[in-house]
Design a binder for this molecule. Structure first.
Ligand code: SF4
Ligand code: SF4
Length: 356
């Protein structure tokens, strides 16, 4: 069976049941970052012992059904052994169908080298370059002058590769919600034939264990109409992209109205989150560590199947978690709710301010 068939089979299974192991993981390669964002404190975290290439190899060798991997940070290009890490993961993952690399675009050469390396290994990665506002605002949010120019230059260098699915990722927050139109205008001025298909909008979320940004001012229900308008702009491009963006917009609407996106969350059912030091969590948002893979011979299956994890999964299914509409978590929920939509409990309509 090839990777696509295996992925489709796992999507089908995840519509009806819990998988015997995660087929989608979000993995923070490093918490180190070369930017100093206002709305993310990951760069303030004390250094941790990152998983080595040998440890990563052991973990992924014991995840044979992995179909989808989001590699994020911090900033992934700060790993000096990035190519070895990618090589170990690709070698160990015969059914890897989606490899998503996110970057702030400050180290173009390292990123391009990583992309070429993946392509040589027969994996065409999906690449997201994060840009959160027009030039002056982006640099202010990122805490570095010139950050916007570097990110746009990096994006320009990779966007013409027909084998790649490359996009700009913009996180909507209280800082930039009023500035998206100016961002689009500046991108049009800098990128030949720039179209709205090329931008994907995320929603700002709080997360203690991931971004270390709890207590930050969040988007509220009052911002709902403006958010929907911006998300609507991303509903462009080919049919599948349009369908996914449409469902994401609908999920975000339900999230703001009811506190839940109404889809069956896949956390601990087919997805989980791996921190740079080997700690496993349900997702990027819910700060409930399951354990560290270093204490489990780098095998996530004992943790995935233990009673504590199953109880946590039940809690999540009862909507006893913070709730979110993070794309990392919502896209798996979208594809796993194609046949049986909407199974998590919604809350009553609320005017409370929600993280978003
Ligand atoms: S938001 Fe991204 S670029 Fe900014 S500090 Fe956090 S990890 Fe770095
Ligand atoms: S709905 Fe809850 S468990 Fe699921 S991804 Fe969001 S915060 Fe995590």
């Amino acid at each position: 069976m090839n990777a696509t068939a295996n992925y489709l089979l796992n999507i089908l299974r995840s519509n009806f049941s819990r998988l015997p192991g995660p087929n989608k993981i979000t993995y923070i390669l490093t918490s180190r970052c070369n930017l100093r964002c206002k709305s993310c404190s990951i760069w303030k975290k004390p250094p941790r012992e990152e998983l080595s290439v040998a440890e990563i190899d052991q973990i992924f060798s014991q995840l044979p059904s992995l179909n989808w991997l989001d590699l994020t940070g911090g900033e992934i290009t700060l790993r000096s052994d990035l190519l070895e890490v990618l090589g170990a993961i690709i070698e160990a993952s015969p059914y890897l169908r989606i490899l998503h690399l996110t970057s702030n675009g400050q180290k173009p050469n390292t990123l391009i080298e990583a992309i070429r390396f993946c392509k040589n290994q027969q994996i065409n990665p999906i690449v997201s370059i994060s840009i959160d506002g027009p030039e002056a605002l982006h640099d202010e949010i990122r805490g570095k002058s010139g950050a916007f120019e570097s990110a746009v230059r990096t994006y320009r260098q990779i966007r013409n590769d027909p084998d790649l699915n490359v996009s700009i990722s913009c996180t909507l927050s209280v800082h930039n919600l009023d500035s998206v139109d100016l961002l689009l205008k500046e991108l049009q001025g800098r990128l030949a034939e720039f179209s709205h298909d090329e931008i994907h909008f995320n929603l700002f979320h709080e997360s203690n264990h991931f971004y270390g940004n709890t207590g930050h001012e969040t988007l509220s229900r009052a911002d709902f109409a403006q958010i929907q308008e911006q998300l609507y702009k991303a509903e462009n491009g080919h049919l599948i992209k349009r369908m996914l963006e449409h469902r994401y917009r609908k999920a975000s609407r339900d999230y703001f109205l009811y506190g839940r996106h109404g889809l069956k969350c896949q956390s601990l059912s087919s997805t989980c989150f791996l921190d740079s030091d080997g700690t496993l969590y349900p997702c990027t948002i819910y700060d409930r560590p399951l354990g560290n893979l270093r204490d489990y011979h780098y095998d996530c299956r004992p943790l995935w199947n233990d009673q504590h994890t199953m109880a946590l999964r039940d809690e999540i299914m009862q909507s006893n978690c913070p709730g979110c509409c993070s794309p990392c978590e919502t896209y798996p929920a979208i594809v796993s709710s194609l046949l049986i939509p909407g199974t998590t409990r919604r809350r009553s309509p609320t005017n409370q301010t929600r993280s978003g």
